[in-house]
Design a binder for this molecule. Structure first.
Ligand code: UD1
Length: 427
């Protein structure tokens, strides 16, 4: 299997383009199920998860075409058209590889009156149930059945009536599924304590462009007035705030500077605040966000939380940066249990991190040292790359399929900043 080899200690400096957001793309793609007309998405990142989702959509009989992209470009344009849907089943084999497949449940149900999706099962960063997705769809009028590892959602004759649901826990995916079902309901729906991550706003904006009627966009109380049909649209995927935050940490840990072209500060205020608290300089610019190291790193104390709080998807990368702070930081992970798989690997690189339950204490060290490492999830893998960029000697990061799920051409972007990094094939 491929690996990434990094020779650490190079100061990063330069400009890199921020790609389209993976997590936005994964909820915009299933919107193609909601209309017979073409949906064109621009700025889709080139990632394994997007290819996987395209494959899943093809499985339903949806045509997909990629236009006008040269191999050297970042991002792609994809047009999807669900003129006829020939299957309403998302099979185990595809769902197992890509948990976000569950996001077809709501729109497929709304369009076809039924949808069957394999249960996603466990996941490396915790249990990750889908009970809230199902309860929200039930509140909109769906009947849910479970059999043989599959969940089947059925709408009453004549379609989903719509309804009211209050989320007991903020869930990004369950909010997305409920929204994509509610837009085609017969009546009005209200969602309370809904997630309000920027990716949810992106979803609402696309749905609105397709003719949906949604009130409260950007808040945790959404009112959706169902419409009989939606039409096609052309839409630009938002910039990836997590990718941007990751490269900010990468530049900062090397004492360097980066212009994150296209990054929007309003999507990542909590990350920006955390970076500033460590002493890193972050300034909005007309075309993005400028990030520069600014003297010794200070330790911080913070907890992950739903948006606008500090994103759980940035926890591992910030932790890598804090390994080099002058003092001890305290991080608490409140969203997922078991999201510290990067800790033993960082410690193998001479970091000094102790975990107790949901809390990690990161004692800053003077020197990180290169090692062979691997991680079991996407953001954990990125934290090892960040540590490797600052480590003495050579770091080899294995299990690249995690990074390929979420970072478009990672090694090329880091090389643009002057990193000594290369991907080496198995043989
Ligand atoms: C999404 C993101 C992921 C991010 C996470 C939290 C995508 C494709 N993934 O994941 O990168 O880390 O948001 O910001 O956008 N929960 C339940 N029952 C449910 C659903 C969730 O109990 O039915 C719990 C989860 O176990 C977790 C919490 O709710 O503790 C938040 O999860 P959720 O926001 O749903 O995460 P995802 O949508 O899976």
């Amino acid at each position: 299997m491929d690996k990434i080899v990094i020779h650490g200690g190079k100061r990063l400096s330069g400009t890199i383009p921020v790609s389209g957001a993976k997590n936005a793309a994964l909820t915009l793609l299933p919107c193609a199920l909601l209309t017979e007309e073409p949906l064109t998405l621009r700025n889709l990142p080139r990632l394994a998860d997007i290819d996987g989702f395209q494959h899943l959509m093809n499985q339903f009989g949806i045509s997909t075409a990629i236009a006008g992209s040269r191999p050297e470009d970042f991002g792609r344009v994809m047009t999807l058209q669900a003129t006829r849907i020939t299957s309403t089943v998302a099979p185990y084999d595809l769902v197992r590889k890509m948990r976000a497949s569950i996001l077809v449940l709501g729109p497929m149900l709304a369009r076809m009156g039924e949808a069957t999706v394999s249960l996603p099962g466990g996941c490396a960063i915790g249990n990750r149930p889908i009970d809230l997705h199902l309860k929200a769809l039930e509140a909109l009028g769906a009947q849910i059945e479970m059999a043989a590892g599959y969940v089947k959602a059925i709408a009453p004759d004549g379609g989903l009536p719509g309804g009211r649901f209050s989320f007991p826990v903020v869930s990004v995916g369950a909010t997305e599924n409920a929204l994509m079902a509610a837009v085609l309901c017969k009546g009005k729906s209200t969602l309370h304590n809904a997630a309000r991550e920027p990716e949810i706003v992106d979803l609402c904006n696309l749905l609105t462009a397709m003719g949906a009627r949604i009130e409260g966009i950007g808040t945790s109380d959404l009112t959706i007035h169902g419409v009989p049909r939606l039409h096609g649209a052309t839409y630009m995927v938002m910039p990836d705030r997590i990718e941007a935050g990751s490269y900010a940490c990468a530049a900062a840990i090397t004492g360097g500077e980066v212009l994150l072209k296209g990054a929007r500060i309003e999507d990542m205020e909590a990350t920006v605040q955390a970076l500033r608290d460590t002493g890193v300089l972050v300034e909005p610019r007309e075309d993005g966000l400028y990030v520069a190291a600014n003297g010794p790193l200070r330790p911080v104390t913070l907890s992950t939380a739903p948006f606008p709080g500090f994103a759980t998807d940035m926890q591992a990368q910030l932790m890598a940066l804090l390994c080099k702070a002058e003092g001890s930081s305290v991080l608490t992970e409140t969203i997922f249990e078991n999201r510290y798989m990067h800790v033993p690997e960082l410690n193998r690189m001479s970091a000094h991190i102790e975990t107790k339950g949901r809390t990690a204490v990161v004692h800053g060290v003077d020197t990180l040292t290169g090692a062979e490492v691997m991680a079991t999830d996407l953001r954990a893998s990125m934290s090892l790359v960040i540590a490797g960029l600052a480590a003495e000697g050579e770091t080899q990061v294995h299990r690249l399929y995690h990074l390929d799920r979420g970072y478009e051409r990672l090694e090329e972007k880091l090389a643009l900043l002057g990193a000594q990094i290369e991907r080496i094939g198995a043989d």
